[in-house]
Design a protein around this ligand. Sequence first.
Ligand SMILES: [Zn+2]
Length: 165
Amino acid sequence: MPLLFFLIVMTLATSVVTCQNTDMKAASAKHKKTFEMNLSEEEWRKRLTPEEFYVLRQKGTERPFTGRFYKHFDTGTYVCKGCGNELFDSESKFDSHCGWPSYDRTLSPGSIVERPDYSYGMIRTEVLCSKCGGHLGHVFDDGPTSTGQRYCINSVAIDFKKREK
Ligand SMILES: [Zn+2]
């Protein structure tokens, strides 16, 4: 009888461990996050210009002071160039003098995904589109407004929808 009891306990213990492993795998997959819009590299190349592909899909950076939205202050919404996801409102844009369009907050908390970026020997926070995972730029906590945030975004990674006043 004690042996049978031991076997039952062991079986239960094993199944608990198995469940935990499955949960951990699920949590790990969640951390990597699969995006709603998930195209192959070839599909992205067809959809984007070479420069857009370089920034959005290969985490490139456009040259400072060259982007079309750097000195752009119309009223409207900035959207992801890859998928059209609404990212920033023109009201959050400020003149940062850093060479890239800059915003002090996102349009909604779910617009973007932030990830630690340790490339080039720096510790930065990468900003990705929450819908397609496209690389947009980085966010820094040295912003000049009350939010303290400075979203430094590549012009080629975004598009603009003008709002009639
Ligand atoms: Zn996107």
